[in-house]
Design a protein around this ligand. Structure first.
Ligand code: SF4
Ligand code: SF4
Length: 204
């Protein structure tokens, strides 16, 4: 359909003068609607009715003017006689609504991308008698923050007695999917106050 008119009722398509065509393939490569095939080094409009009504790109670019179209008056007459503008307006409204929805979605995705929802910390040091873990627990007693995927890597049990450094990683997140940026300085402070080394901090 073309704005409410069956496409088959609109005689708009290219006609190629094969004697004039030099087989340059420009129409074939320019048309995005698959109208043309090249046969024996000549352009042939094998899918003529796939041509977009009103388009004449291939005719414009043809270097030897081998492509002709019907008179444009035919289209203007159709527009008037078939009173297409009611349909056109409705189509335009639907298109604008779709565009608005896409813009709103892109803006929402943009806003979410700016949020920090999860950050992975890797730290090293001597963690003591679960002292650091208890302090982490104290920090999340109120609010929606949480520490997840916590891993404590102790190289040797003997090393614990000798207070050799261990390695810990965890992720800071929010059960309410809030932005956690305001909470991160507290985490860094706790690491510093416990004289641990912040190996890396990475937004996930
Ligand atoms: S007029 Fe446009 S749509 Fe039609 S065949 Fe040419 S390039 Fe393709
Ligand atoms: S652009 Fe013109 S000359 Fe080139 S292949 Fe098409 S019809 Fe032939």
């Amino acid at each position: 359909m073309w704005h409410g008119i069956p496409r088959k009722d609109i005689p708009w398509f290219p006609s190629v003068d094969t004697d004039t065509c030099i087989g340059c393939t420009l129409c074939y490569t320019s048309c995005g609607r698959g109208v043309y095939e090249m046969q024996n080094n000549k352009a042939v409009a094998v899918n003529a009715m796939s041509c977009m009504v009103g388009c004449s790109t291939c005719g414009t670019v043809c270097p030897v003017q081998a492509i002709a179209f019907p008179d444009r008056d035919m289209i203007w007459r159709l527009e008037r006689e078939e009173k297409i503008f009611k349909v056109v307006r409705q189509e335009a409204e639907e298109k604008m609504a779709k565009q608005d929805a896409l813009k709103a979605r892109a803006a929402a995705e943009d806003a979410v991308a700016k949020l920090t929802m999860r950050v992975r910390f890797e730290i090293a040091g001597e963690f003591g008698e679960k002292r650091f873990l208890i302090q982490l627990g104290e920090m999340i007693k109120e609010g929606s923050y949480d520490f997840v995927n916590l891993r404590l890597d102790i190289p040797t049990v003997r090393g614990v007695a000798l207070k050799t450094p261990s390695f810990m990683s965890f992720e800071v997140t929010s059960t309410e999917q809030d932005d956690i940026q305001a909470f991160l300085p507290e985490v860094r402070d706790l690491i510093r106050l416990n004289e641990l080394t912040l190996v890396s901090e990475k937004k996930l």
